[in-house]
Design a protein around this ligand. Structure first.
Ligand code: 25A
Ligand code: L14
Length: 343
């Protein structure tokens, strides 16, 4: 069925992630028969390009999905919650990038390098969830280590780019930086504090246990993707004044004996990972190198000398690409190759 083609919709097409989804579909030569771009009424009439062709944005409604095979959603949690069931009801498979469906036990949560088999569960509700950006780049390098050494506990701190919050946050970092450098007043509209020249230990909302929702997403989503509720995960998520690319300092404790040398060798043959670990020549993963490509960069791989079996590493990926759009398109590719027949 190599010549099967599909009817595709992108919901939230005018946003930061939606735009990247469109580019990923183009770049990867996705087998498209027709493509439809959906957004809120604010964007109706705007034109977006697909392979050089102008396509007018339509309003996302309950009836947008008739005849559509796969819909990629990235229009916020409330929108997904409301519209994904209508899409599924019309026989369309939804790949949803918001947090709305991720922890639903009937909805698979998929990172293609880690648990591609879970895609089969799309049949339960017609929905597949794309994990949080910070979780995706955590599980891609840790999965082979968990399989080989058994991870007991993960301690992770993130350094997250503003693009995760969407276009308005990209504009806010840009305008605040310009204002401060020109001794002008600035406003904080998107975040509760100034993000330019600052670090905010606050991503998404605070929960009753004192953690943020972003931190707890990393705990619950990692366990769901690894299909292992025994793994300990504790996270601190921090917003930094970077436009694209999340960085993470990751510490793991394993059950079996582990060494930095073995970990480096294993990660060098892990799909989706690129080891960048040559400190003598100042080579380690950087947000500006991760941005614009799809691999998860891993470096600063060291033995944790404070415990028996521990490893430290620094992991960076493009949060809009592998952290959102690319991962969603990869899931859609599995659907087209293994589950849907198309025309
Ligand atoms: O609702 P939530 O859960 O709090 O989160 C929503 C935010 O999360 C971002 C998204 O950023 C949005 O700001 N987001 C979504 N998925 C994400 C992910 N995986 C994610 N962030 C990180 N990781 P965004 O602004 O880049 O994308 C928003 C897209 O969603 C469309 N949309 C929004 N509400 C919708 C809807 N589509 C259908 N129905 C709805 N009810 C949105 O389309 C965009 O495609 P749009 O037409 O609303 O916005 C197009 C342009 O309009 C500007 N704009 C935004 N808000 C306003 C506005 N203009 C005027 N007034 C506003 N209030 C934006 O600049 C946008 O470019
Ligand atoms: O997908 O960076 O759950 O503000 C929501 C918050 C993505 C990142 C998600 C941010 C996140 C976003």
């Amino acid at each position: 069925m190599t010549d099967s083609r599909f009817n595709i919709a992108v919901a939230g097409a005018t946003g930061a992630v939606g735009n990247q989804m469109i580019s990923c579909l183009e770049e990867r030569n996705f087998p498209i028969k027709s493509i439809k771009f959906l957004a809120s009424s604010r964007s109706v009439g705007r034109k977006l390009k697909y392979k050089g062709r102008d396509i007018a944005v339509e309003e996302l409604t309950e009836t947008s999905f008739k005849g559509i095979d796969i819909a990629l959603f990235s229009a916020g949690g409330g929108t997904s919650e409301k519209f994904a069931p209508f899409a599924a009801n019309d026989g369309c498979v939804v790949v949803d990038n918001s947090s709305a469906w991720r922890m639903d036990p009937e909805v698979p949560l998929v990172v293609p390098e880690v648990n591609p088999h879970a895609v089969a569960q799309y049949r339960n509700k017609g929905i597949i969830a794309n994990p949080n950006c910070s979780t995706i780049q955590l599980v891609v390098p840790l999965h082979p280590l968990h399989q080989k050494y058994g991870i007991k506990r993960i301690v992770v701190s993130t350094y997250q780019a503003v693009s995760g919050t969407g276009k308005k946050a990209i504009d806010e970092l840009d305008s605040q930086t310009r204002a401060i450098l020109n001794f002008k007043k600035h406003e904080n509209k998107v975040y509760p504090h100034t993000i330019a020249f600052n670090c905010l230990p606050h991503i998404d909302v605070f929960l009753e246990n004192g953690y943020t929702k972003e931190e707890m997403k990393m705990v619950h989503e990692t366990r769901k993707i690894f299909e292992d509720d025994t793994i300990g995960v504790t996270a601190t998520t921090v917003r930094v004044p970077v436009f694209f690319g999340h960085s993470e300092s990751i510490n793991i404790e394993t059950i079996k004996n582990v060494s930095a040398i073995e970990v480096r060798a294993l990660l060098e043959r892990t799909s989706g990972v690129k080891v960048v670990d040559d400190p003598e020549n100042n080579r380690y993963p950087l947000a500006i190198d991760a941005a614009g490509q799809d691999l998860t960069l891993v470096g600063r791989i060291r033995d944790d000398e404070s415990i028996e079996n521990g490893i430290n590493m620094w992991v960076v990926a493009d949060n809009i690409r592998k952290g959102a759009a690319t991962n969603a398109v990869q899931i859609a590719e599995i659907l087209t190759k293994e589950y849907l027949s198309g025309e």
